[in-house]
Design a protein around this ligand. Structure first.
Ligand code: MN
Length: 233
């Protein structure tokens, strides 16, 4: 019998606009890479692991489109911005080589990996999972996707301006793990599928935000993003 209906409705993740297309990109999973710029790893007192990248995840329902405001989240007094290049996967990839990896890329976007840094530091100290610091409501912000036919990651500048002041900047060629390396490595552990997103790590300059702050993020060649921090919830 297939007449079972849901007891209640649950949140869904937003469709991401795609430049030049009417249809939106549905989100399946959100993977994030840690410590992918040496200067950022150093500013948090960490060293880069050059043997293999490592990952954490965020719930797709924690994703917000740019252009509006997001609430200052509960449980933190050190809420940080991390500007990142985001890879949008558009074709299956499982155990792919770095040479094959790029075939699975649908496009790229600018994103923010919002972080409750005080909670992350506490979890790191106790060797506990990072979830409470990384995977919360409105913890991932993303702008429109540019198709891979119109953008290739090279040495483009990535930057974040807060209230008119430059906070973060770097270049995509400073990433410890390149786009094909990240996809190839992640595909050893997951069947990557269309709808998956990979947040690729942040350059140095991360810092605390306050309600009312206005963030402007950019990667040269992609759609820039804007978001405002709303009142604390
Ligand atoms: Mn990050």
């Amino acid at each position: 019998m297939s007449n079972i209906r849901p007891l209640f409705s649950i949140p869904t993740s937003p469709l991401i606009p795609v430049l030049g297309l009417q249809d939106g990109f549905p989100v399946h999973r959100i993977f994030c890479v840690g410590r992918n710029y040496a200067a950022h790893a150093a500013e948090l007192g960490n060293t880069v692991d050059r043997v293999a990248p490592f990952y954490f995840t965020k719930p797709p329902t924690g994703l917000v489109l740019d252009g509006g405001s997001i609430a200052y989240p509960p449980g933190t007094e050190d809420y940080h911005h991390e500007i990142e290049l985001v890879i949008a996967i558009g074709a299956p990839a499982f155990r792919v080589s770095t040479e094959e990896a790029m075939k699975s890329v649908f496009g790229y976007a600018v994103g923010l990996d919002m972080t409750r840094r005080d909670l992350q530091n506490a979890m790191k100290e106790k060797q506990r999972p990072w979830d409470i610091s990384k995977a919360f409501e409105e913890s991932a912000v993303i702008g429109p996707i540019t198709p891979a036919s119109e953008f290739a990651p090279q040495a483009q500048r990535i930057s974040l301006v807060v209230n008119g002041s430059l906070r973060q900047q770097g270049h995509l060629n400073e990433m410890v793990w390149s786009v094909p390396e990240m996809i190839s490595h992640l595909s050893r552990y997951y069947h990557l599928t269309p709808g998956d997103l990979i947040f690729t790590g942040t350059p140095s300059g991360v810092g605390a935000l306050q309600p009312g702050d206005r963030l402007e993020g950019a990667v040269e060649g992609l759609s820039p993003i804007t978001v405002t921090i709303g009142p604390a919830v």
